[in-house]
Design a protein around this ligand. Structure first.
Ligand SMILES: NC(=O)c1ccc[n+]([C@@H]2O[C@H](COP(=O)([O-])OP(=O)(O)OC[C@H]3O[C@@H](n4cnc5c(N)ncnc54)[C@H](O)[C@@H]3O)[C@@H](O)[C@H]2O)c1
Length: 446
């Protein structure tokens, strides 16, 4: 099949590459000229494990192309996939400008007799498929195209990939959700997804609105699990209990499950924060106060800086002139994405209190540099960041931070002090080596 993907960011590039991998001819469109230039010259623009290899293979085979022209992208395509940004608007609700602009332009380009299924993969509020439909139709009617309704369908096909696991998730999805009332579009999507669900993972068909809400409900529920466990961690610290023990005890109940119960310094990224906020706003617009979500967001904001009072108290409330080493900048491991990352909030707080920061992250340093420039020092590797530092903060659970050389850490730091926002280390081991070690929801080791 011939497919156009509009928007070539995390979702667009991964989807486009994976659809090419199953033999489709894919043209990815983006308005960012630099991005298109880079991709066209064979350079992958994001870090995602496994992406580069399949990107190179499909580009070489001529199945993956890039352009800035929407016309060029969609002219031969039977499926148009929208993977456009839906950032929070001023009031927190999803800003549909990018999606609707493209919908209007598609309406200016569709040609009589050339049916296309328009698939919305962006995360969008309930009712957006209808808005996209109306925008396309209005423009077709302005052009006096006959039987305009029959020229296209709009389908809601939310994406559930996780950054850091995006390729694996896309190639072997837990489920594919398809919201459509059109048999014609359904047939095309069945064909498109068949290679990805051969092991029997479900393709779940539903109406457009339910599909749109499913995505928000899934993300909001996962964020709720995180904030819930972070509140349990707060209680653990006050009661002298250990959140990791509580987690194991809870998680072995099948009804609760083991996953997504880790406490830490909160969720970040391009999805959970904006999606929880957008769902809360949508609820308000529908005259419903979604109280749980308000609490989920408030807990998460506090949790991002949960380590700071601990650090301040260790240094008698004065960190002026202190040098703090920071391991991890990405909002989670295996990605270079720093959107809404707790690390940024921590950096801001440390600097505003007069401390300096030397940070190390495997993949995210260049993105942080773009955002805050030389406000912090960027280290060559995880140990370089520690030289003469007064304490180490861990903000992202990259695997190479999990079993470091503790003696080396101790010899490089001025004081053997670690504030661990991801509960990476064993308390007894920390005690034995002689660290002052504070984590989340567990006892303080001196
Ligand atoms: N990132 C994720 O993990 C993830 C997962 C599931 C769903 N989503 C959703 O998918 C959507 C896209 O997210 P993302 O993370 O890929 O965003 P992104 O910001 O990484 O990529 C969006 C791309 O769209 C391009 N763009 C903007 N306007 C355009 C236009 N008019 N024409 C062509 N290209 C245009 C931008 O230049 C950018 O490259 C969002 O709605 C997001 O909520 C994201």
């Amino acid at each position: 099949m011939n497919i156009a993907v509009i928007g070539t960011g995390y979702v667009g590039l991964v989807s486009g590459t994976c659809f090419a991998e199953t033999g489709n001819i894919v043209t990815c469109v983006d308005i960012d000229k630099e991005k298109v230039k880079k991709l066209s010259s064979g350079k992958v623009t994001i870090y995602e494990p496994g992406l580069e290899k399949i990107f190179e293979r499909n580009e070489k085979e001529g199945r993956l192309k890039f352009t800035t022209s929407l016309h060029e992208g969609i002219k031969n395509a039977s499926i148009i996939i929208l993977a456009l940004p839906t950032p929070p608007g001023e009031d927190g609700s999803a800003d549909l400008r990018y999606v609707l602009d493209v919908a209007n332009n598609i309406g200016l380009l569709l040609q009589p007799g050339d049916y296309k299924a328009i698939i919305d993969k962006s995360t969008v509020p309930v009712g957006t498929a209808q808005k996209v439909h109306d925008a396309v139709l209005q423009n077709l009617k302005k052009r006096k195209i006959k039987n305009a309704e029959e020229l296209f369908d709009v389908v809601s096909n939310p994406e559930f990939l996780r950054e850091g696991m995006a390729v694996e998730d896309f190639l072997k999805p837990n489920r594919v959700v398809i919201g459509t009332s059109s048999e014609r579009a359904k047939k095309l999507l069945n064909q498109l997804y068949a290679p990805f669900v051969r092991q029997g993972n479900p393709v779940i068909y539903m109406d457009e609105k339910s599909a749109e809400l499913t995505k928000y409900a899934a993300n909001a529920f996962l964020a709720t699990k995180i904030s819930f466990m972070n509140e349990i961690a707060q209680l653990c610290e006050r009661f002298g209990a250990d959140v990791d023990m509580v987690r194991k005890g809870m998680g072995s109940d099948d009804r609760i499950g083991k996953r997504f119960l880790f406490s830490g310094i909160g969720y970040g990224g391009s999805c959970f924060p904006k999606d929880v906020q957008a769902l809360s706003k949508s609820a308000q617009q529908a005259d419903y106060n979604f109280k749980i979500l308000e609490a989920v967001m408030a807990v998460n904001e506090n949790q991002k800086v949960h380590l700071l009072p601990k650090l301040l108290s260790y240094f008698n409330n004065d960190i002026k002139g202190k040098k703090i080493a920071l391991w991890g900048l990405a909002f989670k491991p295996n990605t270079d994405d720093i959107r809404e990352a707790p690390s940024l909030k921590i950096i801001h707080e440390l600097i505003s209190k007069g401390a300096s920061v030397t940070a190390y992250d495997q993949e995210a340093m260049s993105n942080v540099k773009k955002e805050i420039g030389d406000k912090i020092v960027y280290a060559e590797n995880q140990y370089d960041a520690l030289k003469d530092a007064d304490a180490l903060i861990i903000a992202t659970e990259w695997s190479e931070f999990r079993t470091p050389d503790f003696n080396k850490i101790k010899s490089l730091l001025k004081n053997p002090v670690i504030f661990d926002g991801r509960n990476l280390f064993d308390l007894y081991q920390m005690e034995e080596i002689g660290f002052h070690y504070e984590s989340v929801g567990r006892k303080v080791v001196n």
